[in-house]
Design a protein around this ligand. Structure first.
Ligand SMILES: *Cc1c(COP(=O)(O)O)cnc(C)c1O
Length: 234
């Protein structure tokens, strides 16, 4: 087994164990492999080990990988855009990705809906919540969720699937869990209002267990699968 296959098996095992500990079925938790900064060959290794859902942060890099696999006739992969999205890059996301996790304003959602090609199914979108109320601008406050969700749900070519958050890093499990619970409560409320909502994207390499215990349905794991990232080449 290569490193990536080995790491994937370990991460899947960790998710199963975390789910089992709180009485959840591990099938309820989707593993998104975050392949940002990693070459297509690393993604190929993960695909060979059975991984199908991949997350990318940079539009251009993600599109290159998507096209790499499409050109080989491999159409079974699911691509999730999870990075900050500027308006001028929305068309590439609408045309190539299956999901966008980082919608935090109506203007972006409208553009994604307008730019989604007619021959593709609606783009799956998550609303990003700034749950730790950080200065970093990404994500909306929970108070603004109802209004934005109603507007997005009315758009024809995007499908509101749920919520996403990147909590501020916390070392302690109890703190991680408390923040994740706030997200889970907001997710449950949204789900009650919209039948299309089924996804809570929460949990990374260092907090996935607390996220799963709190109710996450999709963990986004990079380092624990592909190893540390090298940003010096970017
Ligand atoms: C990079 C990234 C991840 C993966 O983080 P790791 O700590 O490497 O698991 C998950 N979510 C988002 C939004 C990211 O940017």
């Amino acid at each position: 087994m290569n490193d990536i296959a080995h790491n994937l098996a370990q991460v899947r095992e960790k998710i199963s164990a975390a789910a089992a500990r709180c009485g959840r079925d591990s099938e309820e938790v989707t593993l998104l492999a975050v392949s940002k900064t990693k070459p297509a060959s690393a993604v190929e290794e993960a695909v060979a080990a059975g991984q199908t859902a991949f997350g990318e942060n940079y539009v251009q890099e993600g599109v290159e990988k998507i096209l790499h696999f499409r050109e080989q006739g491999i159409t079974s992969l699911q691509w999730h855009f999870i990075g900050p999205l500027q308006s001028n890059k929305s068309r590439l996301v609408a045309e190539h990705f299956d999901w966008c996790h980082t919608v935090d304003r109506l203007k972006i959602a409208v553009r994604l809906s307008e730019q989604r090609p007619a021959d593709l199914p609606p783009l799956n979108v998550l609303i990003q919540i700034n749950i730790s109320d950080e200065q970093s601008k990404s994500g909306i406050a929970l108070e603004s969720l109802d209004a934005l969700a109603a507007d997005i749900a009315a758009l024809p070519n995007v499908r509101l699937r749920g919520l996403m958050a990147i909590p501020a890093p916390e070392k302690e499990y109890d703190r991680q869990f408390a923040v994740a619970r706030q997200m889970a409560v907001a997710f449950a409320r949204l789900k009650a209002d919209y039948p299309t909502v089924d996804t809570l994207s929460l949990g990374m390499s260092d907090d996935m267990e607390a996220a799963v215990a709190a109710g996450s349905t999709m963990v986004r794991i990079g380092t624990a699968i592909f190893g540390a990232r090298d940003y010096t080449k970017k």
